[in-house]
Design a protein around this ligand. Structure first.
Ligand code: FES
Length: 81
């Protein structure tokens, strides 16, 4: 485990449209230019993208501050900073 801190591109969740059954890769490092998804910018850091499959088509609330303990989901951690 590293004590490297992620960047926080946004101090609120990203509301994104997802499609049932499709796999996505949530950016955990905060460096991606394609937030909230991984674009490979974590290379050279201790961070890895978090894969998930959308359970249903609709809007998801994905963590933007990257401090969540429940990635890729927003758990309200942005309210603590
Ligand atoms: S760019 Fe952030 S985890 Fe890949």
């Amino acid at each position: 485990m590293s004590d490297e801190e992620p960047e926080s591109p946004q101090m609120s969740p990203y509301m994104v449209e997802v499609k049932e059954g499709k796999q996505y890769f949530w950016c955990s490092c905060g460096k991606s230019k394609n937030q909230p998804f991984c674009d490979g910018s974590h290379a050279g850091t201790s961070f890895e993208p978090v894969p998930f499959v959308a359970e249903k088509t609709g809007t998801m609330s994905l963590c933007g501050c990257k401090k969540t303990d429940d990635g890729p989901h927003c758990d309200g951690a942005h309210l603590l900073y």
